[in-house]
Write a protein that binds this ligand. Structure first.
Ligand code: GLA
Length: 368
């Protein structure tokens, strides 16, 4: 069978801005989901995963929607993608799918988007070769939102499909939604030349987007936009904030307004070829805002950020939806920072985190 790969992501900055029509700046990780796929002619999907040894899910393509509720949770992501192809009018005659992933699950590194995007690009090549990148992103997102029932924005799938090696992807989500083309800019992100590295610390405290906190934040953002008579918080400014009577909504909106400004400031600095150390303070400010105003951080995330900064990191922040998962830190001395995070976790009685350095990797592609 032929093979395709789609990566997980970390967002350099721009958290909880995507569903507010705002700005994001992710990189793809050198961790991903590999999908081996081969066409069948009998109308069946046969699905296996190296992470689920011994489990085989076999289901008729015509009955996918009807069978959804009795399918195991993990299988709803890839099968949701097959269902999206069928709904989009693409003729899928049957397919074998064998999955194998290296993105840790529940770490806020988009294992589910990597999974959906790997299956999407495989099905594109096998059954719908004219499909655009943009349409692939929409299919992967719809599978996750609909069939799998997880209310994500567009950040993760865009990163997995569009990122390129050595670059961060600057995406204006509104421009993306409004136009047929993909409004994306590849921003060179070369830390090594500046003597820097980006580390990820997976705290091991899982986050779960299907839990209520993420949906509640989305609803609060919509309520804040409605109270300001705006279609999305993307259009709010700091002058608007005092008009929000509800203090919780005001804090949520303040995060979105300041976070969008921080993304633009980071992009300006990187575009101007500034020393990447200059973005560190903005990363830390993003974390403070996610902790104080958006209230999506967690003790393990705060501890990892503090430990990284205490050990000399130029900036550090939680990434992804929050409530658990991972942080990133911009560092000169990988070992020193990693050791301090490990040490602080041990003395706090938390299980050891997984700390590793990452470089911007390539987006979804066929493996030769
Ligand atoms: C999760 C969602 C994304 C985005 C982030 C927060 O990763 O899947 O769409 O909203 O949270 O930035």
């Amino acid at each position: 069978m032929e093979k395709w790969i789609a990566p997980g992501r970390v967002n350099i900055i721009g958290e909880h801005t995507d569903y507010n029509d705002g700005f994001v700046l992710p990189i793809a990780l050198p961790l991903g989901v590999v999908c081996a796929a081969g066409p069948r002619g009998d109308g069946l999907v046969r699905l296996t995963s190296a992470q689920r040894p011994g489990e085989v899910v076999e289901v008729g393509i015509d009955t996918l929607a009807a069978q959804r509720d009795r399918l195991p949770g993990w299988a709803r992501y890839p099968l949701g993608v097959v269902d999206e192809f069928v709904r989009g009018g693409h003729r899928v005659t049957g397919v074998d799918l064998e999955l194998d992933g290296t993105v840790p699950i529940g770490a806020g590194l988009s294992s589910s988007a990597a999974l959906c995007c790997a299956v999407t690009i495989a099905l594109r090549d096998l059954f719908a070769p004219a499909l655009t990148d943009r349409r692939m992103i929409e299919i992967a997102r719809s599978a996750e939102n609909g069939f799998a029932g997880v209310p994500t924005g567009l950040l993760d799938q865009s990163a997995s499909i569009l990122c390129t090696e050595g670059h961060a992807l600057f995406l204006d989500i509104r421009a993306f939604a409004d136009t047929e083309s993909v409004a994306a800019e590849q921003i060179p992100f070369d830390l090594a030349t500046a003597g820097l590295a980006l580390i990820v610390a997976d705290t091991g405290h899982p986050h779960d987007l299907a839990d209520g906190g993420y949906a509640e934040r989305r609803a609060q953002c919509e309520a804040a936009a409605a109270a300001l008579n705006l279609s999305a918080l993307r259009d709010a400014t700091s002058e608007d904030l005092p008009r929000l009577r509800d203090r919780v909504l005001r804090r949520r909106a303040r995060h979105v307004v300041t976070e969008n400004a921080r993304v633009l400031a980071v992009v300006d600095r990187l575009r101007a070829g500034a020393d990447p150390r200059a973005i560190g303070e903005l990363l830390t400010a993003s974390h403070d805002s996610l902790r104080e105003d958006f209230e999506v951080s967690a003790p393990a995330l705060d501890l990892a950020v503090d430990a990284a900064l205490d050990a000399g990191a130029h900036g550090a922040r939680m990434v992804g939806g929050g409530f658990g998962g991972s942080i990133i830190a911009l560092v000169e001395h990988v070992d020193r920072v990693a050791e301090n995070i490990m040490h602080r976790f041990a003395t706090t009685g938390f299980a050891p985190p997984r700390v590793f350095a990452v470089e911007p990797a390539a987006g979804a592609r066929k493996l030769e």
